[in-house]
Design a protein. Structure first.
Lengths: 158, 158
DNA sequence: CAGATAAACATCACGTGTGAGTTATTTCTC
DNA sequence: GAGAAATAACTCACACGTGATGTTTATCTG
């Protein structure tokens, strides 16, 4: 085999995308067993965060908040509803919109979730200011790559 | 309703885990359409990165490198093999191990992938040193959360 | 007002990441 | 050397995240 010149920018450990991928996997793996004990998956936990913080929401508002396309939330909300944590209903004046509201059990779960969050935050061994700095860098990255929301208007070339 | 005290640590935008989740999603969404043109998904691209860099590998070595459980790679490797990018074979002296090797087409694809990587890196609008710094912070986080599963050479506990 | 367009949500198919369980092979222990 | 334990890979079931498509409702346009 000849030693042809290979591209020089593809070393796995040099890829920011892989560092992100591995870090996200690691964090979710840290959360998973703790969330499992309170009956949530990680994406379900994120939806609950939105609802604990801001109260009732339309489905598409939750999706915007999480930078996800809305249509993936339907089965997830099905499971949370079946678990008795939230209720959905359509309502005038716009009957297209499904409003999502926590049940009493859903509200109550916040205390247990807060304990889970503290546990994982502790595992990271990061000082609050380091944590804030990293979070802000990631936020800037998202703004750079997706200035419009994930579900927003696509400005693709025709 | 009484204003009961709510946990104070659960604001969505304060969560590092959500910043990671959103950033990873954004980066993968940046890669997806470009990778689609060269016939790869994002996880398939990561596997190809490992093979382009280091040549032949056992399946469990690829999994270690990507910090993933090995058993999820089987169907992924099926697809890459079916696409003609790699070949697998068991081999003495240890016939449990499946060795994965790129085909000529798999090797050739590296040039197109390098162009994709440069495109996305450019979209981030990050200077190389900012990029390196962020990558290192994420790497530290992974080491903190999953010291056993750190990427790179595995230093198993004696 | 009628028809077209858009929005909100749901459904289906596919690839992935994970847990549980299987099979084949190797290595350890007696 | 025989049986037990460990290892490597695979399979199945489930929950996402995404693209394509459908249904219902609201809004825009003529």
């Amino acid at each position: 085999m000849l030693a042809i010149d290979r591209p020089t920018n593809l070393r796995l450990d040099d890829q920011l995308c892989f560092a992100l991928y591995a870090a996200t996997n690691a964090v979710v793996r840290a959360y998973r067993p703790l969330l499992h004990e309170i009956g949530l998956t990680y994406p379900q936990y994120l939806v609950m965060l939105v609802l604990w913080q801001d109260g009732e929401h339309a489905v598409h508002e939750i999706a915007d908040r999480l930078a996800l396309p809305a249509h993936g939330l339907s089965p997830l909300l099905d499971r949370l509803e079946e678990a008795g944590l939230l209720a959905r209903r359509r309502q005038a004046p716009d009957r297209r919109v499904v409003h999502v509201r926590l049940t009493a059990a859903g509200v109550e779960l916040e205390r247990a979730a807060a304990a889970v969050q503290r546990d994982v935050a502790c595992q990271t061994q990061l000082a609050p200011d380091e944590l804030d700095a990293l979070r802000e860098e990631l936020h800037d990255l998202v703004r750079q790559l997706a200035p419009e929301a994930a579900t927003g208007p696509i400005s693709g070339t025709p």
